[in-house]
Design a protein around this ligand. Structure first.
Ligand SMILES: Cc1ncc(COP(=O)(O)O)c(C=O)c1O
Length: 461
């Protein structure tokens, strides 16, 4: 018999490698504030050291961790620190990060209660907490997913089931080729992940009716098409560029009265509902039938953690459930509500992060990051640059002049490394996006990054 990785069975060396990983993680996190946000080009080149052929014989786990830390850590983007403003990437609050370590040690499969009572119980509790924080109706339920893309997929799958069932059609079993048509209505500024989800569901990326939006990307309530019981109306809480909210309070009552299914993509913005100061922005979204959001964005739970919630959990179950004699058929088995069968116990991290922050901690992230966003906007405006959006939450778009000048400034800022921002095009104007989504960002970070942005703009003029 060949000696197949004998160290894998020895608990002593398991403890050694975990201690080593904890030391490496601590060293990494301790160094994050001192380093550039983007990795040095030499660090990215050095990744070649991890890219060779698979060795024929085993390698000691401590050597693996050493390699990862030596060559992998420097080639990361430091989005866990307070100076990363790309996309809508949050960080990970300490309790969620530590829970993720424990989850890896537990290695639970969160598909069925018999596989992991703790994972299933905490997922259910956390889903309840989320729906309470977001002010959603009692009795709604759902699933944890990889992200908002799959959460949109879940909400829209529940919608597809419900609308076609009403029309006497079984979408899950009979498919869509001869099904009665469903109309999907979206705003002109719909997030592409929702459109992708429509494609995955056979509802078609191009088969949508698009509603005109205003200058902030909000769906115009006065421009809605006819809605009926075969319509899925997709609203958005938090545009990825402007942070603006569709006027749900003006739209939802009539949509519901017409029998339409309202789906809300609130990947990050809907968390405004957790803050007494910002709750008014999310008003009316509680009237939807399904919601998609992310805990890995504004609530800073760490990747990956999407959340799908539906008013009538039975509709999601009908769309997602899975049957086989060897699989459990209990009341609230996670895999009957989610696209996957086997799945990571991400509910534990969600539970831990929310439990550590409490209602006030979640509200504080929303309020603090939004106040940082205003500080960025005021500082940039005072320096003579144009802010392209109404800064209602944590999103800022700035133009440094022409499209070329804005792109040059963004590239210079990215290369300089104090912070990282991406670019976008908003209604024909090229802009730099600043998304303040990390719990760790301080006022000092904002001032330091503001100075770096202004410097980059002047040097790119
Ligand atoms: C409004 C909106 N919906 C959906 C998504 C997709 O989220 P994820 O990357 O978690 O799938 C995003 C991402 O930024 C978003 O802003």
């Amino acid at each position: 018999m060949p000696a197949v990785a004998p160290h894998l069975t020895q608990s002593a060396s398991r403890i050694g490698v975990l201690d080593q990983a904890a030391r490496a993680a601590r060293e990494y996190l301790d160094g994050v504030d001192a380093r550039t946000v983007t990795p040095a080009p030499a660090a990215v080149e050095a990744l070649a050291g991890l890219c060779g052929p698979l060795p024929a014989s085993p390698t000691d786990p401590e050597e693996i961790v050493r390699l990862l830390h030596e060559l992998g850590s420097p080639a990361t983007v430091a989005n866990t620190g307070g100076r990363y403003f790309g996309f809508v990437n949050g960080g990970s609050v300490p309790a969620a990060m530590a829970a993720a370590w424990l989850v890896s040690a537990w290695d639970q499969n969160a598909a069925f209660r018999v596989q992991s009572p703790v994972a299933c119980a905490l997922e259910e509790v956390a889903l309840g907490w989320v729906s309470e924080l977001l002010g959603l109706p009692r009795g709604c339920g759902g699933a944890l997913t990889t992200g908002a893309t799959m959460a949109n997929f879940c909400g829209l799958a529940a919608a597809r089931h419900a609308l076609l069932e009403r029309a006497g059609w079984d979408a899950e079993n009979d498919g869509l080729f001869a099904a009665p048509p469903i109309t999907v209505v979206v705003g002109d500024e719909v997030h592409p992940s929702l459109v992708k989800a429509l494609g995955l569901l056979g509802l078609g990326r191009r088969r949508v009716v698009s509603v005109p939006v205003d200058g902030q990307g909000r769906m115009r309530a006065d421009a809605l098409p006819h809605l009926d019981e075969r319509t899925v109306l997709c609203l958005e809480a938090g545009n990825v560029n402007t942070g603006a909210f569709d006027p749900a309070a003006a739209i939802c009552p009539a949509a519901r009265a017409a029998g339409a299914w309202v789906h809300a993509d609130g990947a990050f913005g809907i968390w405004a509902a957790a803050s007494p100061e910002y709750r008014h922005l999310a008003q009316g979204f509680e009237l939807a039938d399904s919601w998609a959001t992310d805990a890995h964005k504004w609530p800073n739970i760490g990747y990956d953690c999407g959340i799908a919630l539906v008013r009538e959990p039975a509709t999601l179950r009908a769309a997602m459930s899975i049957q086989a004699p060897y699989l459990q058929q209990g009341e609230r088995e996670p895999s009957h509500f989610s696209p996957e069968l086997s799945r990571r116990a991400r509910g534990v991290e969600l539970w831990a992060g929310l439990r550590s922050m409490g209602r006030e901690g979640v509200a504080a992230i929303v309020e603090r990051t939004s106040s940082h966003a205003r500080r960025f906007a005021e500082g940039l405006r005072a320096a003579g640059y144009e802010i392209l959006n109404d800064v209602v939450i944590n999103q800022v778009m700035v133009s440094f002049g022409s499209a070329e000048q804005t792109l040059r400034t963004t590239a210079r800022l990215q290369a300089e490394g104090t912070c990282w921002c991406g670019s976008t095009v908003w209604h024909g104007r090229t802009a730099m996006r600043i998304s303040v989504s990390n719990w760790a960002t301080s006022e000092d970070d904002v001032d330091r990054c503001l100075a770096a942005m202004i410097r980059a703009a002047r040097e790119s003029a």
